[in-house]
Design a binder for this molecule. Structure first.
Ligand SMILES: [Zn+2]
Length: 382
């Protein structure tokens, strides 16, 4: 098997349109076949519909422990974005490599795959596991089934590196995130009879104000100075209701989301909102409209991530990347799931900058790929 460079593999990966709404199977088959070329058999964990899959593969000595290299295969849509070059063709221009997913996060996947021949040929002290997921960009939903299956059969890896773009800086934490749809249902009436109806917009507004007060409370602490916004946050993102100025509206829909520090429990935050709706608003609405209700649907939920900067894994990754700093990031990753649901100490560190992710003309510097290539070799073969 001839070996491919990280850049060649990245070009192959970018050419698969793995927007989260589409199947990632062509990319997964490519990775499976690539690994088979080095005698590595990958396990494919397909979703219920059978059109998306996670991939898990182990290199090196069998046995317990091992080091997970984790990345997601999906990418965000390009719809409505103005791209200078075709998004699904890796294009070099002005010393950068352009393409959807180049930085988030097919660059890391390419670097991992390019390291495979060296890992196979080298003396690994521990197994190296590749964990490639789907549907990360829609709430880290794909990886969960794979983690559950692996945990269920007693796999217990020792460490995990999530290669999300951090400019190869060592990231030891991010906030958790959760979003909800909420539907307030009251009753309709001619506006001249307003007091006889339960005005869904007005009750939704009370809920929005409650959420805003909760946000002010969260701003009092706990706080973590390593984040730009040092405390947990909550905010309403969208609201829609009503049909005409002279109709008391029957329904009003809103969405809200929160980002919590690891020490703030999202269930407790949501519990306060649900209790306010159930105990204060719904009884008041039912005085005019017995059928009134307030319903919530969770849109996504991923746990916060945090590892003690003094943990040996953090030191090991710092040695591999060759600098001593660490930080925390605002965006979510699968790291919290590996930690919470798999019990595996996890660090986030990968090539490329989050600043260009999800945007038109997403790109990565070849030097970032070189740094990642070198860091993986030092980490696993050093
Ligand atoms: Zn990502």
């Amino acid at each position: 098997m001839t070996t491919s460079t990280t850049r060649e593999i990245l070009a192959d990966l970018v050419a698969f349109d793995t927007t989260s709404s589409r199947s990632n199977l062509p990319l997964i088959r490519y990775v499976r076949d690539y690994l088979a070329g080095f005698g590595i058999e990958a396990e494919i964990f397909a979703d219920d519909a059978g059109d998306k899959a996670n991939l898990w593969a182990t290199i090196g000595p069998p046995g317990p422990g091992g080091f997970i290299l984790s990345g997601h295969t999906d990418c965000v849509p390009v719809d409505g974005q103005a791209w200078t070059s075709p998004p699904f063709a890796l294009t070099e221009r002005d010393g950068r490599l352009y393409g959807r997913g180049s930085t988030d996060m097919k660059g890391f996947l390419a670097s991992v795959l390019a390291a495979v021949p060296a890992l196979v040929a080298g003396k690994l002290r521990e197994p190296v596991h590749l964990a490639f997921s789907y549907d990360e960009e829609v709430g880290c939903t794909g990886v969960r089934a794979m983690i559950a299956r692996l945990a269920g059969r007693g796999e217990k890896p020792a460490a995990c590196l999530v290669g999300e773009p951090t400019d190869m800086r060592v990231v030891v934490g991010h906030k958790g995130g959760r979003g909800y749809d909420c539907l307030v249902t009251g009753s309709e009436a001619h506006s001249s009879l307003a007091p006889r109806a339960a005005n869904a917009i007005e009750y939704a507004a009370e809920l929005v104000v409650f959420i805003r007060r909760l946000a002010a409370e969260l701003a009092l602490g706990p706080a973590d100075e390593e984040y730009d916004v040092v405390h947990s946050t909550i905010s309403t993102g969208r609201i829609r209701g009503g049909t005409a100025v002279n109709i008391v509206p029957r329904t009003c829909a809103l969405t809200f989301e929160f980002r919590n520090l690891a020490e703030v429990m999202p269930d407790a935050i949501f519990g306060r909102i649900a209790a306010y709706a159930e105990e204060e608003l719904v009884p008041a609405m039912r005085r005019q409209a017995p059928e009134a209700s307030i319903g919530f649907e969770m849109l996504y939920d991923y746990p916060a991530h945090g590892i003690d900067p003094a943990h040996p894994l953090v030191t090991r990754i710092k040695n591999a990347v060759g600098h001593n700093g660490h930080g925390k990031v605002a965006y979510g990753t699968e790291a919290g799931l590996f930690q919470r649901d798999f019990g595996v100490p996890t660090v986030v560190c990968g090539p490329g900058s989050i600043d260009v992710a999800h945007k038109p003309d997403e790109s990565i510097l070849p030097s970032q790929l070189d740094l990642c290539d070198a860091a993986l070799r030092r980490l696993l073969l050093g």
